[in-house]
Write a protein that binds this ligand. Structure first.
Ligand SMILES: [Zn+2]
Length: 96
């Protein structure tokens, strides 16, 4: 995916939408199962964080299709890995 220019204003709006989503019934249903979208781990619902599949800084939006529940482990991996390393991480999960 190409690097997109994302304005401060767009980032601000999408962060606000993410906050609204986290308060929605949709999100509560989403985390009720306690399953991480990425690794499939079963954790406490409160341990799940809202993650953008396509990050906001790369033009991702706070839509239901782009927001998933991720465990802390996957979330921190995603924050720290380069996109290509993150892909490798997901592939490894798929093989296990
Ligand atoms: Zn996970």
């Amino acid at each position: 995916m190409d690097w997109l220019e994302v304005s401060e204003e767009q980032m601000r709006q999408e962060r606000q939408k993410a906050r609204d989503l986290r308060r929605s019934q949709w999100w509560k249903n989403r985390i009720a199962s306690g399953i991480c979208h990425y690794c499939g781990a079963r954790v406490e619902p409160r341990e799940l964080t809202l993650d953008h599949i396509v990050p906001l800084v790369r033009g991702g939006r706070s839509t239901k299709g782009n927001c998933v529940a991720a465990c802390k482990e996957c979330n921190s991996q995603k924050q720290h890995l380069l996109p290509i390393e993150w892909e490798a991480y997901l592939e490894k999960l798929g093989r296990d």
